[in-house]
Design a binder for this molecule. Structure first.
Ligand code: NDP
Length: 241
């Protein structure tokens, strides 16, 4: 059963990692997937390897560029706000520019992307928005105060928009991934930290992009039609809330 057939799905930060995993699974379930990422070469290469996918190069922090990109796409059924950055920094050493950049990429980008798709979704009387937050919001991880604050903002945005958009049958939900085995994770944690995180999980294996993609598929498809404003924690049973 191709549960995403005839759906147009925009996935941000889809050239690699979790976004790529989401784009691949959605396409395999029949969706026409548009990959939004800022790295044109990488994004186009990824799109070429996914059936029927299209790459659109855009910096999700640039509201005008996002708006133009979405206008060119036309109808959008699903938006997955996944693009994000996670450089560690002690609060005491953090500059205002670093704080602002984190909020811009991880949170304000969602303002731009949702602003661009929401009028169309409201007009068509349906839509699924899936925002990617992080388990670090539940954990309050140190040396990531700017990141954790941005990801808490994502959960707040999700809840408030679910209330605003519900009457238009536009669903807004959120995923908090745990420690996910992506290439960029290597810049963030070492092997010892990874072993520790797995030891904290109920499931004693690495959680991979496909695990997040499966949860995103649920939230983007009819399977989750009775659910909005929720945060699904996909972390192998690390945090329970
Ligand atoms: P990756 O770094 O592997 O992929 C993120 C993608 O987003 C990259 O292609 C990146 O491009 C792109 N991107 C970043 N900024 C922008 C921008 N301004 N405009 C357009 N594209 C952009 O990250 P992950 O797949 O690991 O993470 C994806 C999401 O999941 C993030 O929101 C992250 O916070 C969240 N998450 C990840 C976890 C993990 O363990 N990996 C755990 C919890 C949450 P570029 O390469 O040029 O930066």
């Amino acid at each position: 059963m191709l549960i995403m057939q005839n759906r147009v799905a925009l996935v941000t930060g889809a050239a690699t990692g979790i976004g790529e995993g989401i784009a691949r699974l959605f396409a395999s379930m029949g969706a026409k997937v548009i990959l939004l990422d800022r790295d044109a070469a990488h994004n186009e290469a990824t799109a070429r390897s996914i059936d029927g996918a299209r790459a659109v190069t855009v910096d999700v922090c640039d509201g005008e560029a996002v708006d133009t990109a979405v206008r060119n796409v036309g109808r959008v059924d699903v938006l997955v706000n996944n693009a994000g950055i996670f450089p560690r920094r002690k609060f005491i050493d953090m500059t205002e520019a670093e704080w602002d950049q984190m909020q811009n990429v991880n949170l304000k980008s969602m303002f731009h992307c949702i602003k661009a798709v929401a009028p169309g979704m409201i007009a068509q009387g349906s839509g699924k928005i899936v925002n990617i937050s992080s388990v670090t919001f539940h954990l309050g991880t140190s040396e990531l105060s700017h990141y954790v604050a941005s990801k808490g903002g994502v959960i707040g945005l999700t809840r408030s928009l679910a209330r605003e958009f519900g009457e238009h049958n536009v669903h807004v939900n959120c995923i908090t991934p745990g420690a996910i085995n992506t290439e960029s994770e290597k810049n963030f944690v070492n092997d010892e930290a990874v072993r520790f995180m797995v030891s904290q999980q109920c499931l004693k294996r690495r959680i991979v992009p496909l695990d997040i993609a499966r949860a995103a598929l649920f939230l983007a498809s009819d399977l989750s039609d009775g659910l909005t404003g929720q945060t699904l924690n996909v972390d192998g049973g690390w945090v329970m809330h």
